[in-house]
Design a protein around this ligand. Structure first.
Ligand SMILES: [Zn+2]
Length: 572
């Protein structure tokens, strides 16, 4: 009935039965592209689209294998299949890809291509060629292998709590318990479990940092921060803009966070806020558990985002019906959550570790926003255009969370909706200092030659303190010093973090605008999503009707809106 909603696009030259499982199967197609003669601009466009089709097929296998592995980290065969693709097959392709990039850049018809369509692609290929180093291929593969060790270690962390063996994400519900002793016990048992692997997690990170600095040097950069800033295609802002953002967070966000924490302290009747007091509801009501299983999870989330736009409801249910979600929490799942696209079928997959609370609804709204981005831009070519830049990809997800916040009363009893809104507003505020913490920490790690295990801990504590308001860590020094090890991005996707703040500022602007003009805001949001990655960051923000402001100069104004909405909800 619904299978035709998003049909698989017609094949160009690849047979339907073609599955690029091994390099031997891929090689003839790459060779053909390498050797094909191009006699006109039309030939060149065809060549680019054929290449895009092959890339899509390869990317689909890579994702399917990663997804299977992250759903079952204890299955050795699935792990071997994923690692084989990442560390054998893809590295074999990279040098040929580089030759294809050169073939494109050297092609006399390149300048005759439709600039509207090919400008961003052209810019990115030039960058890729400039940064490509053969000797980095093996280092990247090695990095991938070591980073996977992080997922294994964290995925295997379980504890006995409340009569059952639980994963650490399975403990999250206890962090919202109105019983302070339960919160503290859950927090401590998770922290102690993590500390057992602290040494190994430190070693894993040391190995990663070494490999990364070497990649930067190979590419003629003096440090990995500058290398990554360039490699991540951040054409529209600089590392110094990120430092300006840190300062703006101190100036405009920390005072608001401090006032929110003061209120929390007073409301909970505490002298000091401890780390386990930050997630509990202000009225100390138990965590809102609006669903029981994956079906209920999808149902309530679809209703909520359907109130923003009925199309969101339909799309989410359709995706779920296609078997594209793995939402449950089970032992031996990789940590975290993500959306990624099966590029041949051009449909998104969603991976999560869900509990049964409102936070899990928010997560699915978030990943749903990413999924709609993938769906709305699925007709774009080449495949690179179906991957929006991260700074905007997170506007799609966080923006939808912000818009959905306005409709909580339509799916929850009013009192629960109010509590959820208060939680969301607090969450928006606490996001910024945490992003600044992680970004400042990474910037320090990769730019200070004195970085080692001991200085890392020292600097982490300093940076963490800089962006903290008023939480009492007394007696928890060991845990605090290792807190950064919880942030999987540091291990698995280095320098992917500032994007969340840039996007959160975009999401905030969408929310402010939505409260004044919902229809135009949703229309622009959908239009911007349909552009995928085919435009520059400033253009994507503009299409969504919002400002691109990586330095956070507008934070003062936006924080005022957030604080006054929060004050209205808590009644002060
Ligand atoms: Zn996201």
């Amino acid at each position: 009935m619904t299978t035709s909603r998003h049909p698989v696009p017609a094949a160009r030259q690849l047979p339907e039965s073609f599955v690029p499982n091994t390099f031997a199967e891929i090689e003839p197609w790459l060779k053909e592209l390498e050797e094909r003669e191009i006699h006109s601009v039309a030939d060149l466009a065809d060549w680019l689209l054929d290449r895009s089709e092959l890339d899509s097929a390869i990317s689909e296998v890579a994702l399917a294998r990663m997804f299977a592995n992250s759903c079952h980290t204890d299955d050795k065969e699935l792990e071997a299949a994923h690692m084989d693709y990442q560390t054998v097959v893809l590295p074999e392709i990279k040098p040929i890809d580089d030759r294809l990039d050169h073939k494109y850049l050297d092609c006399p018809f390149r300048k005759e291509l439709d600039q509207q369509q090919w400008l961003i692609f052209d810019r990115d290929v030039e960058l890729g060629v400039k940064l490509f180093r053969k000797e980095n291929v093996a280092l990247e593969a090695e990095e991938e292998k070591i980073a996977n060790r992080y997922a294994q270690l964290v995925g295997a962390m379980t504890v006995e709590f409340d009569g059952e063996e639980r994963t650490l994400s399975g403990l999250r519900t206890y962090g919202e318990s109105p019983d302070r002793e339960i919160r503290e016990a859950a927090w401590r048992i998770a922290a102690e479990r993590r500390l057992k692997d602290q040494d190994e997690l430190d070693s894993v990170f040391d190995a990663l940092a070494g490999l990364r600095q070497q990649q930067a040097r190979n590419a003629d950069f003096s440090n990995y921060r500058d290398y990554m800033h360039t490699a991540k295609g951040r054409f529209d802002y600089t590392p110094e803009d990120c430092l300006a953002f840190h300062a703006n967070v101190e100036k405009f966000v920390l005072p608001v966070m401090k006032r929110m924490q003061d209120y929390r302290k007073q409301q909970l009747g505490l002298d000091q806020l401890r780390p386990w007091d930050l997630d509990v509801d202000l009225d100390q009501a138990p965590a809102l558990e609006p669903f029981k299983d994956a079906d209920g999870h999808v149902d309530i989330t679809a209703k909520l985002i359907g109130a923003v736009d009925p199309q969101f409801d339909e799309e989410l249910r359709w995706l779920y019906g296609q078997g594209l979600f793995d939402l449950d929490t089970r032992p031996h799942k990789a940590p975290g959550g993500y959306m990624d696209t099966l590029e041949r079928r051009r449909v998104p997959l969603i991976f999560a570790n869900s509990g049964t609370t409102h936070a899990d609804v928010e997560t699915l709204v978030h990943e749903g926003g990413h999924a709609f981005n993938a769906l709305f831009c699925r007709d774009l070519e080449p495949v690179a255009y179906r991957m929006p830049p991260l700074e905007f990809a997170e506007v799609a997800s966080m923006g939808l969370e912000a818009l959905a916040m306005e409709h909580l009363s339509e799916v929850y009893p009013e009192e629960d909706a109010r509590r959820a809104r208060i939680g969301s507003l607090q969450g928006i505020v606490t996001t910024f200092p945490w992003v600044a913490t992680i970004d400042a920490f990474q910037q320090w790690i990769y730019t200070d030659p004195r970085h080692c295990r001991a200085t890392r801990e020292e600097n982490w504590l300093q940076i963490q303190q800089r962006f903290s308001a008023d939480v009492d860590w007394n007696g928890l020094d060991e845990v605090r010093a290792a807190l950064w090890q919880r942030q999987l991005h540091l291990y698995q996707v280095p320098f992917y973090y500032i994007e969340y703040a840039i996007a959160q500022m975009g999401a905030l602007q969408l929310w402010i605008r939505y409260r004044q003009d919902p229809q135009a805001t949703v229309a622009d949001y959908k239009k911007a999503l349909s552009l995928g990655g085919s435009k520059s960051l400033p253009q994507l923000f503009e299409a969504a009707g919002i400002k691109f402001d990586p330095r956070g100069d507008g934070l003062g104004e936006w924080m005022q809106e957030v604080e006054s909405a929060w004050r209205a909800e808590v009644g002060i």
